[in-house]
Design a protein around this ligand. Structure first.
Ligand code: ADP
Length: 489
């Protein structure tokens, strides 16, 4: 099967959140299962820097062309490189007007940017004569690909046998814009309709992806159910319910080679589940780096993530005083909403010897935190899949989570009688319940060494690898292709 991925983020070339990790690793595992996969992404400014950092070869494969349908004089060039340390090809759509912002998502006009990329991305396939079985696009920035595909390429023989799969990594980001962009996109006006792109008087790109792709996936089984409800559906639950028979939840995995405490070069001391000495040395190192007391007796909690409402930061900020009373330490790494940056900086000033707050984006430090902490906090309001808890599990750092979305599919409450379970959690979005879950963790950490050892063992042996999920994607691709070919022939 031939598959083309379309994404705005691909680790390590451009990373903002979990999307990058997924698109940067899943293709490798699909290839291992015998599939042919390549990626199409924008040539962001940060990509240029990372190409140098990873010393990648880049060659130009297409001279400047104007994307089909789009009302613009801007042109795209296409370059080819490889996903580092793999033979997965990446096609980079270059246009300095749209993709030269410092940050991936800081374009002055993100609607035009997305339209330009979607149209040019499909042109890349035609111009390079890359016929594929599946076009697989990710999140709202590439959601117009299935729309172009169904509306503008319906009769095109080149795509006759191609099916589209669209993955929702986060329903909270939908790409809602003025209807004038339909003209810019060169999409037909009949799409401005409640059954298509129209959404409360505007255009909703993500809705387009949901309505027009042949199959929709999202990144965990629990999230795929939750989003059909009003509570989690972000006003799209009805559309998702209508497309319910084409909506599948497949849990993300993590790259076990890249994220392996036994070999990871980003941490000072390597370790495994039968010998945790290295983990404790990493903890001491981390405490030293953060200016915290160097002790193995106090539990060290970590949080890494975007500082946005989704991540449950209001609950987290509410329990800090109590966590500190339990004689613990806490490190937070993240950037985002200035409101939260200030709340946590203020808390840091209140407890300078017990907390470290790093308002920055630092992948290397993130790794030292995943490895060096005892517990990892994810009290998310909603969490499509979540990768933080997976990295933590892999590095023997016990996740304390709200049981929602992918967190509910990967973290299981520790049961001391059966000695089963790999973490702690709570269901209702309440600070008191979150604190109770933390205090269970603290209790086992401080008083029940044997149980604590077992929880770590259980965490490190939880399978959050890509192998199973990659096979599930292949099943979905096969089913999708069969469906459209049965209709078309
Ligand atoms: P989301 O995709 O909603 O941001 P995920 O948990 O799925 O959340 O993925 C977030 C990814 O981004 C993780 O790999 C996490 O380690 C990383 N990350 C988030 N913020 C930072 C930061 N400030 N520095 C380094 N890595 C970060």
């Amino acid at each position: 099967m031939k598959i083309a991925f379309f994404s705005f983020e691909v680790y390590p070339l451009a990373k903002v959140g979990g999307l990058a990790d997924v698109v940067g690793s899943l293709p490798k595992f699909l290839k291992r299962e015998g599939q042919e996969v390549f990626i199409v992404m924008p040539f962001h400014k940060v990509v240029e820097r990372n190409i140098q950092k990873y010393n990648l070869k880049v060659e130009k494969v297409l001279d400047a062309f104007k994307p089909s349908f789009v009302s613009t004089n801007q042109t795209a060039e296409v370059y080819k490189t490889n996903l580092p340390n793999t033979d997965v090809e990446i096609y980079l759509v270059k246009n300095d007007y749209y993709f030269s912002a410092e940050q991936v998502y800081s374009s002055p006009d993100s609607a035009e940017q997305s339209i330009f990329f979607c149209s040019a991305g499909l042109d890349v396939l035609k111009k390079l004569d890359k016929k594929v079985d599946i076009i697989h696009s990710h999140d709202w920035q590439t959601a117009l690909i299935p729309v172009y595909f169904k509306a503008n390429y319906k009769e095109d023989q080149f795509f006759k046998d191609t099916a589209s799969v669209f993955t929702i990594h986060n329903l909270g980001y939908q790409g809602i814009f003025d209807k004038k962009y339909l003209d810019f996109a060169g999409l037909p006006w009949y799409l401005y309709n409640i059954d298509a792109l129209e959404f409360y008087g505007q255009l909703n790109f993500l809705k387009g992806g949901i309505v027009f792709s042949d199959m929709i996936t999202t990144v965990s089984p629990t999230y795929s159910e939750e989003i059909r409800s009003e509570e989690y559906g972000e006003k799209l639950h009805d559309v998702l319910r209508i497309r319910g028979d084409s909506l599948v939840g497949i849990l993300n995995g993590i790259d076990y080679e890249e994220y392996n405490p036994e070999t990871d070069k980003r941490i000072k001391y390597n370790y495994n589940s039968s010998n945790l000495e290295g983990k404790y040395k990493n903890k001491t190192e981390l405490q030293r780096e953060l200016g915290l007391e160097e002790t193995l007796e106090k539990p060290l909690f970590g949080f890494i993530g975007r500082l946005v409402d989704q991540k449950g930061l209001d609950l987290l900020s509410e329990i800090i005083d109590y966590l500190i009373m339990y004689d613990t330490q806490f490190v937070l790494l993240g950037t985002g909403d200035p409101k939260y940056e200030k709340i946590f900086e203020d808390l840091n000033n209140k407890y300078p010897s017990r907390m470290a707050v790093k308002i920055t984006f630092d992948i290397e430090l993130a790794q030292r935190i995943y490895a060096g902490c005892d517990m990892f906090l994810m009290p998310s309001r909603y969490e499509p899949c979540g990768l933080g808890q997976m990295y933590s599990l892999r590095y023997g750092t016990i996740p304390i989570v709200r049981y929602t979305g992918g967190l509910a599919d990967t973290v299981f409450e520790y049961n001391p009688e059966k000695m089963e379970g790999n973490g702690f959690g709570f269901k209702d979005y309440k600070a008191s319940d979150f604190l109770m879950a933390c205090s269970r963790g603290i209790y086992f950490f401080k008083n029940e060494k044997n149980h604590w050892r077992k929880i770590i063992e259980n965490a490190m042996s939880t399978d959050v690898s890509w192998d199973k999920s990659a096979r599930e994607y292949i099943k979905v691709y096969n089913e999708t292709v069969n469906r459209i070919r049965n209709v078309n022939h």
